[in-house]
Design a protein around this ligand. Sequence first.
Ligand code: PEP
Ligand code: MN
Length: 336
Amino acid sequence: MITILKPNTPIEQRDQLVAWLKEQGLEVDISEGKEYTVLGLVGDTKAIDVDMLEMLDIVEKVRRVSEPFKKANRKFHPDDTVIDCGGVKIGGGHFAVIAGPCSVESEEQIIEVARRVKAAGATMLRGGAFKPRTSPYSFQGMRADGIELLLKAKEVTGLPIVTEIMNESHIPLFEDVDVIQVGARNMQNFELLKALGKTDKPILLKRGLANTLEELLMSAEYIMAGGNENVILCERGIRTFETYTRNTLDISAVPALHAMSHLPVVVDPSHATGKRDMVPPMAAAAAACGADGLMIEVHNDPAHALSDGAQSLTPDQFDEMMKTVRTVRQAVKGNE
Ligand code: PEP
Ligand code: MN
């Protein structure tokens, strides 16, 4: 349920109402928008008398929220959420570009890629240390050593780092990581989501291989319900009957998620297409439809990459892609 307060409601009266709602056993999420203050009520709201609430002088409107996701809902929080990722903002007009290799492979590799993507305009560095691979015989990642190398690359370039977690017991290893990624395969690992809800790290939550947008938002809700509201959503392609591309990029997820939720939305065209040549045009499409950021795989020697070489851009190709993305963003902004 949401309660929209009248403009210029005195803070003391707002706080009195909030205290009363809390006494009724509800959790109250206060969102101070540009015009209105919205009180998002979570819990068993059946006992609340909507007519009585609406009669109060300070209340403009009361509405029941039918969607099962509450804290992630745009109705609870009309303004875009802006998340600080180790000094780099994302959301609400702040566009972030997360680039780097699929896997961290060596110190030379990650530092060279970090330098090159930074020079091209990336704002964060990605690199998998714990890798979720389809085959147990494929490279599984450098694990804790990979995180150490990412931290070295951060020291050299200043880029905040984004890397994937696969197991709740590894959370202590991520203490100095700026953004923790939950991969597509773990989108519904609810125990992991609950554990991440107790941290204060920004979480990049990737859409599952065959999950609906509502399921993605329910997974975000798991993290937010634990107290961590710093969730970034990521569209990375879904399984369809099409086999030409690795997955099918659901570009319409961007405006749909923006309508449903206040959380920032990032697009990963690398895992969506699986094909290097398709990454720049899909990145441009994401920028054109209002994505808050991109996640792009870049490798200094894609032909010899230990994972996902076929979808990795070279640093030069990434540089070209960034020019196009900037032009597209400029053109879209010009039309606003
Ligand atoms: C990744 O980003 O490294 C990754 C494994 O992606 P996804 O979870 O989207 O497959
Ligand atoms: Mn990959």
